[in-house]
Design a protein around this ligand. Structure first.
Ligand code: FES
Length: 119
C-alpha cells in the first residue's frame, strides 16, 4: 500500500480504480445481531477457507464483503451469495466450511443452510 496518496482530502491507490476479479459476490452480515451470534469469527473462517481454495478475488472466485444488517436477524448470521440470490444462515465453522466447499467451490446450493429451510 506504499502508493497511497491523498487527493482532495481522500486517500487513493491505483488498485482502488478497478473491480476485483470474481464469479460470485458474497455478503456476510456483521450487523449487531449477527455479531452477537459469532459473525466476526465466522468471517475469519469464511475468508480462511476461501483462501485455502484460492477463491478470493480470482476469476472463478469470490468477492467477499461485510455488510450491516440484511434484516432477517433471527436467522443469522446471514450470508448472501450472488448471482444465485441465495440467502444462507450459518451458525458454526462447520456450516461455513460446508457453504464454501458446497456452493463457493462446488457450485451447488447447500439446501439445508438456506434460510427458507430454517423458518
Ligand atoms: S444483524 Fe445480521 S441480518 Fe440483522
Amino acid at each position: 500500500m506504499s502508493e497511497i496518496k491523498t487527493v482532495d482530502g481522500v486517500d487513493t491507490h491505483p488498485d482502488w480504480s478497478h473491480v476485483p476479479e470474481h464469479a460470485r459476490h458474497v455478503f456476510l452480515c456483521t450487523g449487531p445481531r449477527c455479531t452477537q451470534r459469532g459473525a466476526q469469527q465466522l468471517w475469519k473462517t469464511l475468508r480462511r477457507h476461501l483462501l485455502e481454495h484460492d477463491r478470493i478475488e480470482t476469476p472463478g472466485g469470490v468477492l467477499l464483503t461485510r455488510t450491516h444488517c440484511q434484516f432477517p436477524c433471527n436467522l443469522g448470521p446471514i450470508v448472501t451469495v450472488y448471482p444465485e440470490r441465495c440467502w444462507y444462515g450459518v451458525r458454526s465453522n462447520d456450516e461455513v466450511r460446508r457453504l464454501v466447499e458446497g456452493h463457493l467451490v462446488g457450485g451447488e446450493v447447500v439446501a439445508d443452510l438456506l434460510i427458507k429451510a430454517r423458518t
